[in-house]
Design a protein around this ligand. Structure first.
Ligand code: ZN
Length: 389
């Protein structure tokens, strides 16, 4: 199987390997699919394949070139992840601002460079690592100018220059227009690889100039096996994480790490206090979530987790005899809660969660948005009590 570091994705792997062997690789590809399905990994493997010292084909993984590319330290392979000049989500930085004092601008440039180095380092460790981008992380016109300059130089030691733009949907408009120029007149030796899980957010003119490569959600078994064999996760933990990962290896990696465990605990604690008769505990839970979010942008991820809890609740309400729920680790609580709810109420809950996600993405006041969410979700069991009376 071609590109054996990539998990699953047989069709795109074969397609790219065939193109490579026949010498008909396009100059630009858009690798797109749900987050954590391997777009960045495939990009890195392709960069190795076109520069491997053993020649075009399956990268050998051991030559000087393959090792440098794996470490993302090859002079002809450049990675551009989105970055922000503020480290928390609370910053107001949304793009280039020409009215900055020169000093402010250089401080922000330093902070962006630092962030880019951190994110590139994470990708070098393992390109499946979840990046946890901030809302303010973006790709600037300065990044694309640098990219264009690098791309126009001859390769230093490889056969082909490769540029990987990670989460390309995070390019702002000036950056997109600058990249378009490169796509219209690509320098001869450049292979441009864009990754994204939101292709519809890219300019149509960019989409039309890249060959699309679609990556599908991974199978639960593929994720489970990879966690055990590649990341040394104990099998029971790997099974649970794979089940809850929604086809994303990155999410499964997070789920099986202590950080992810805490995230699931928090989501469950929040929902438990929503559905328990404990108003005070609920406001505590809101405060804790808001405080955690200030340290790291976790709320959107938490809402995604809660949405999947509601999926289980919905299934259990429709058919209490089902056995294939996702959160087998909280089955007793899910069954208890499901017994008190009607399907329409879960539907309302799902809508409330989606609305909260949208509001938070649009910069709503976090604590307020969470309080509204909690109250909307909380009105669910109360309604049941009313109808019973
Ligand atoms: Zn090699």
């Amino acid at each position: 199987m071609a590109f054996d570091r990539v998990i699953g994705q047989e069709t795109p792997r074969e397609r790219l390997m065939d193109a490579l062997k026949q010498g008909r690789l396009a100059h630009a590809y858009l690798l797109h699919g749900p987050p954590g399905t391997g777009a960045e990994t495939l990009a890195v493997e392709l960069a190795k394949a076109v520069n491997c010292l053993e020649g075009d084909g399956e990268p050998c993984q051991v030559c000087r070139s393959c090792r440098k590319i794996a470490a993302l330290q090859h002079p002809d392979v450049h990675v551009y992840p989105p970055a922000s000049s503020s480290k928390t989500t609370r910053g107001t930085d949304t793009g280039d601002n020409d009215e900055d004092e020169p000093e402010d601008r250089s401080v922000r440039m330093d902070a962006r460079t630092e962030r880019r180095i951190t994110l590139t380092g994470r990708l070098a460790e393992d390109p499946y690592t979840p990046l946890d981008l901030n809302k303010n992380d973006f790709i600037s016109i300065d990044d694309i100018r640098e990219l264009r300059q690098e791309a126009s130089a001859k390769p230093y030691e490889g056969r082909r220059k490769v540029t990987i733009v990670v989460s390309a949907d995070r390019m702002n408009i000036p950056a997109s227009n600058a990249l378009l120029k490169t796509l219209e007149e690509p320098p001869g030796a450049l292979l441009l690889l864009l990754t994204t899980h939101r292709p519809h957010q890219l300019l149509p003119t960019i989409l039309s100039r890249c060959q699309p490569v679609h990556l599908a959600r991974l199978e639960e078994a593929e994720i489970r096996e990879t966690l055990v064999t590649r990341f040394g996760t104990p099998p029971p933990k790997a099974a649970l994480a794979a089940r809850q990962a929604d086809g994303s290896l990155s999410l499964a990696i997070l789920r099986s790490a202590p950080e992810g465990e805490r995230l699931y605990e928090k989501a469950a604690a929040f929902l438990e206090s929503v559905h328990a008769d404990n108003a005070l505990g609920l406001f505590d839970a809101v405060e804790q979530l808001a405080a955690a979010h200030k340290e790291q942008p976790v709320v959107e991820r938490l809402i995604d987790i809660m949405l999947r809890y509601y999926r289980d609740l919905f299934l259990l309400i429709v058919d209490p005899s089902i056995t294939d729920i996702i959160h087998t680790d909280r089955e007793a609580w899910l069954r208890q809660t499901a017994a008190r709810l009607a399907p329409e109420q879960v539907e309302t809950g799902i809508r409330a969660l989606e609305a909260a996600k949208r509001d938070i993405a649009c910069n709503a006041h976090l604590q307020l948005a969470l309080t509204v969410l909690a109250l909307r979700l909380r009105s669910l069991p109360a309604k049941t009590v009313q109808t019973v009376r």
